[in-house]
Write a protein that binds this ligand. Structure first.
Ligand SMILES: [Zn+2]
Length: 373
């Protein structure tokens, strides 16, 4: 007879807890390279090694488009948040999300209104719509995937950078460094070989997975003219250490290269309705009953209105009760008019506590409540 009996074993539980979460499920800090500075921190360095941006490409860069929007502090401490542009970004679930983007729509509407104002020589309106248009334009963003040195166990991490026209963004800096190192290696080889490139010469590729180099990122806080710290940071990149493979272990590198996680699992595109609420400067809230996104503020407003209505109703009841009691008091007064000995003070001091002390026979019927007083 076998001793085997089915059971929920620790092994099964370990396996379950290790199981990869379905994509889009939950925020996991390990998925992101943390380039943010903590409060009071003015500089930090991170060592990384770039990987191809997903398992289906050799490129380290993925171009997406985002809108950087001022949001409620409830959503972001800095007051700013980036949202994937549903119109311009490829490789998102357009079947589910569509191609309409509320920010792009606002950008277009504001642009048209700006042009109209310009025609009408209305400078104030022109300026106003221009600003709104700019606030809602889509921006090119580059996503990269890397291994963070010292945190290899976390697996691949994603990082995004706004592509800037002044080329001070991480993508442009990495491309510059790649080109510089390549040129340097060519120049040196030629110098060592009487001005000609040796046969079969391979220039340095700083991003090569086997012979490339780690990169050191330095993130520094930007200070304003008065020397006060701002929320902005700048970034610089330098090669770190000698040429070496991403991982000493081939199977580990394979695992990293073939990791299923893609950029859209970590920078999740939000649906149109959600973004519309953001555009209105509100906080989205998922209404499970109706299966849709609603504005938390509006829910709050409605709740407040309901509360006020309830309070009003309660105070109405209180008022009516008090009026009723007052009426009784008056009746008392009228009936007892002749009774000079009745202390008037007592009536003046009438308060809630007296209510129940009133003789019950004096109480009016409830249906008198609604009589105009
Ligand atoms: Zn857009």
């Amino acid at each position: 007879m076998s001793n085997y009996r089915r059971n929920i074993t620790p092994e099964v539980m370990d396996e379950e807890s290790e199981r990869r979460r379905p994509s889009n499920s939950k925020f996991d800090a390990k998925n992101y390279l943390n380039v943010k500075l903590a409060d009071g921190e003015n500089e930090k360095t991170l060592r990384i090694r770039l990987l191809p941006v997903d398992k289906n490409t050799d490129s380290p860069f993925k171009t997406i488009y985002m809108h950087q929007i001022k949001v409620s502090p409830e959503l972001s401490k800095s007051g700013w948040k980036s949202y994937v542009c549903l119109k311009h970004t490829e490789d998102i679930d357009h079947d589910a999300l569509g191609y309409d983007c509320p920010f792009c729509e606002m950008n277009k509407e504001a642009y048209d209104k700006k042009e109209e104002a310009k025609k009408n020589h209305d400078e104030i309106e022109e300026k106003r719509w221009k600003e709104i248009s700019l606030q809602n334009r889509h921006q090119e963003v580059c996503v990269m995937r890397c291994i963070e040195r010292g945190a290899e166990d976390d697996g691949p991490k994603f990082i995004k950078t706004n592509v800037r026209s002044d080329k001070k963004d991480l993508k442009s800096l990495i491309i510059e460094l790649y080109k510089l190192k390549k040129q340097e290696s060519i120049d040196e080889a030629m110098e060592d070989n009487d001005g000609v490139l040796p046969k079969g010469f391979v220039p340095e590729n700083i991003l090569d997975l086997d012979t490339g180099r780690d990169l050191m990122l330095t993130i520094s806080r930007v200070f304003d003219k008065e020397g006060k710290p701002t929320n902005k940071t700048s970034i610089s990149v330098a090669p770190y250490g000698k040429s070496k493979p991403v991982s000493k272990y081939d199977d580990e590198l394979d695992e990293w290269l073939n990791d299923d996680k893609v950029w859209s699992d970590v920078f999740v595109a939000k649906p149109y309705d959600y973004l519309s609420i953001i555009l209105d400067g509100e906080v989205p809230f998922y209404d499970k009953t109706n299966g849709k996104w609603v504005s938390k503020g509006r829910v709050r407003d409605e709740e407040t209105k309901r509360q006020i209505a309830e309070e009003n109703e309660a105070s109405d009841k209180y008022r009516r009760a008090k009026e009723k009691a007052l009426r009784r008091d008056r009746e008392y007064e009228e009936e007892d008019e002749e009774e000079e000995e009745r202390p008037r003070k007592k009536r003046r001091d009438y308060d809630d506590d007296d209510y129940d002390e009133r003789p019950r026979k004096r109480r009016r019927d409830d249906d008198d409540e609604d009589l105009p007083y």
